[in-house]
Design a protein around this ligand. Structure first.
Ligand code: NAG
Ligand code: NAG
Length: 660
């Protein structure tokens, strides 16, 4: 086997600029074992090194209108005789990907014109046929976008490229199954591409695809065969008059709205192979990625976030260096007599480490938050290194789930240690809650979603076996690991505090509006959210509008920015509160940055109404079900960041003042 080629950096100039600027050159995609190139060669010359048959796979069908995807099988398309599914990883199953073999099969470098796949006939006297045809029509009908199946060849999407405004090309990794011209004569998006689609109340089925495959030949580079570097298709609607002698020049394949006469649909395809040695295998995804004109917006988003970070850092630096310094110098003056009335944060030194109310819940949240934080960091880091590129389907989700399971130990440890520090005694409850509370909520939510999917018969429903496997991972691996972490956490002494806590709690003076808890918490989340909302738009797009997400370099940067803003905003507000002699900072620091999750929720609601055209109760419930999971995870994540930043800050400032 040939050694893998070192990866090429994506060639787009903006990309290059991005990568060199943020010095994350290593974030450029490179490919992994298991994703090594496959060589193809013509029939008769194939051997160990290359194969001649090309198999197309087909993924689930989905549309922007419905979050419920459908399996290819449920439609009455041509089916592959020997059905075999490629093995899927956990992430793919969780995301509802169902890849199966398609009936399109051909040999490398053998052009085919107008090849028949199969013929489907619909008889008006057969009840079943009407149902099948109606279902097919319902797939074409969607108020804006018909369902789009996704063909996959050599682990790469077959894209449908078309011109959008200003002569830009947009490549879509799926194609519509057909389109409907509404009774008032309005063609839907997919119908606009052909002016022959002009009959009112008529369905036009795309029963023919022209596939063009671009390959990179190894002949001049000394290796055998060729690698596929691009695949595009063009859907066409052709009525084949004679199903045994296809010519592919008939009128469009029309299916009237009323089923009044027998209908016959013949599916066909053509394949064309084109050699282009200037496209490298390692950068074969680039044309899909750069055809998405997002990079500028990404830049805007990063700049926007950097401004916020600079602003906050300036504030924090000012406080740290000037105010705090002055405070500490004043507090520590030896010759200072009692005469000067003390005020400010030093006053609360006897209360600032008073254990919080509901310390159990806080410690459990923090344990879970730590687990999520490490998981997110590691996943993003790996994604950024290219290990989880879009070419490696489902890898991101698999990686996240596996990491989460393995990170039970830090969760147990952090939760136990903090709980002990808070003076808690019910350690068994603490351990069990750490292992069960948040995963339990997520699982219950997930399970309910699945019930809905099962009832709706969607392919996104997770098979029962996978659900059992998830439970096994949770109870069999994650929970014991949490117990181990908790054991070590409880064995250690509780965290040492720089000042002693007084017996009697101090009265908290009347607070101004801005230092009251609720306004502080609400304000705290605004800045971190401001840093992420543009990125959030792309993430939501990739989840709900089925667009590909690949900008992990950016995402990693945004992650770091979020980390900094959450910490700084919390420290800043914490300082103001302590100066106002309000010492209840434990929960408040968690909630201040955790409130970002509430903004996330509001944004998700806004996104739902402004961007998605989801119809149907099931889809809506699913959307909000998944959103709730996201919000909960994000709440724990940001809250934990804020808490530990503030914890560090409070420890620091009280350890430098002299307290008698
Ligand atoms: C297939 O068609 C393309 C485009 O028409 C042509 O360039 C190529 O030589 C053909 N290949 C074969 C093997 O005939
Ligand atoms: C090969 O692909 C490159 C990049 O897409 C394109 O610019 C070039 O025109 C293609 N060459 C041929 C011979 O088609």
């Amino acid at each position: 086997r040939r050694p893998r080629l070192p990866a090429e950096h994506p060639t787009h100039p903006v990309w290059r600029l991005v990568l060199s600027f943020i010095a994350l050159r290593s974030c450029a995609a490179f490919y992994l074992p298991g994703l090594a190139p496959v060589s193809f060669c013509e029939e008769g010359t194939s051997g160990d090194e290359c194969q001649s048959t090309i198999q197309l796979f087909v993924n689930r069908l989905d549309s922007v209108e419905s979050v419920l995807p459908y399996e290819y099988d449920v439609f009455d398309f041509c089916q592959d005789a020997e059905e075999k599914r490629p093995s899927e990883n956990l992430g793919q199953v969780l995301f509802g990907e169902r890849i199966e073999t398609s009936p399109y099969k051909f040999n490398f470098n053998k052009n085919l014109t107008c090849e028949k796949v199969c013929t489907r006939t619909y008889d008006i006297s057969a009840k079943d046929d009407k149902k099948k045809l109606d279902f097919l029509k319902s797939g074409m009908q969607g108020s804006k976008c018909p369902l789009t199946p996704k063909l996959i060849i050599d682990n790469m999407p077959v894209t449908w490229c078309y011109n959008v405004e200003d002569n830009q090309k947009y490549c879509n990794p799926g194609f519509p199954i057909g389109c409907l011209v509404t009774p008032d004569g309005h063609p839907k998006d997919a119908c606009v591409i052909n002016s022959a689609f002009n009959k009112k109340n008529m369905y036009y089925l795309f029963n023919h695809v022209d596939i063009m495959i671009t390959y990179h030949s190894g002949a001049t580079e000394g290796w055998k065969g060729a690698r596929l570097v691009g695949a595009t298709l063009e859907p066409k609607s052709i009525k084949h008059e004679d199903e045994n002698k296809l010519t592919c020049d008939g009128p469009p394949m029309e299916i009237p709205n009323e089923f009044t006469s027998n209908t016959k649909v013949t599916y066909s395809y053509s394949v064309k192979f084109v050699e282009n040695n200037s496209i490298k295998w390692a950068s074969r995804w680039d044309y899909i990625l750069v055809s998405m004109p997002h990079t500028n917006i990404q830049w805007f988003s990063i700049m926007n976030s950097l401004v916020i970070v600079l602003f906050l850092s300036g504030m924090v630096a000012m406080i740290m260096l000037r105010t705090l310094h002055k405070d500490i110098a004043r507090y520590n003056q030896v010759d200072q007599e009692e005469a000067q009335e003390e005020s400010g944060w030093k006053q609360v030194h006897g209360d600032v480490f008073r254990p919080p109310r509901k310390g159990m819940l806080l410690s459990v949240f923090l344990g879970q938050g730590t687990q999520i934080f490490i998981m997110t960091f590691t996943t993003l880091f790996l994604a950024c290194l290219g290990f989880l590129s879009p070419a490696n389907r489902g890898a991101l989700m698999t990686c996240a789930v596996v990491l989460w399971v393995l990170l039970g130990t830090p969760a147990g440890y952090v939760s136990a240690r903090l709980y002990k520090t808070f003076g808690g005694e019910k350690w068994k409850t603490n351990v069990l809650l750490t292992a069960l509370l948040c995963p339990g909520i997520v699982f219950a939510d997930f399970f309910l979603m699945n019930l809905i999917l099962w009832v709706e018969g969607s392919s996104a429903a997770i098979p029962f076996g996978t659900l059992v496997a998830i439970l096994a991972l949770w109870f069999g691996i994650s929970m014991p690991l949490t117990f181990i972490g908790a054991y070590f956490g409880f064995k250690k002494p509780s965290l040492e505090q720089p000042v002693r806590t007084n017996q009697i709690p101090r009265q908290i003076p009347e607070q101004s509006f801005f230092t009251k808890p609720i306004p502080g918490i609400i304000m705290g989340g605004i800045l971190p959210f401001g840093c992420i909302f543009i990125q959030l738009f792309f993430i939501l797009n990739s989840i709900w509008s089925h667009q590909m997400y690949y900008m992990f370099g950016f995402l990693f940067l945004v992650f770091i920015i979020l980390l900094i803003t959450c910490s700084e905003a919390t420290i800043l507000l914490c300082y103001f509160h302590l100066c106002a002699e309000d010492y209840h900072w434990w929960w408040r620091s968690f909630l201040t940055s955790g409130f970002t999750a509430v903004y996330l929720f509001i944004y998700a609601v806004h996104y739902f109404f402004s961007k998605l055209q989801i119809v149907g109760a099931a889809s809506t419930i699913l959307y909000f079900g998944y959103t709730m999971i996201m919000v909960l995870i994000f709440f724990l994540f940001t809250g934990t960041i804020g808490f530990f930043a503030c914890f560090w800050f409070v420890n620091k400032i009280y350890s430098v003042v002299k307290v008698d």
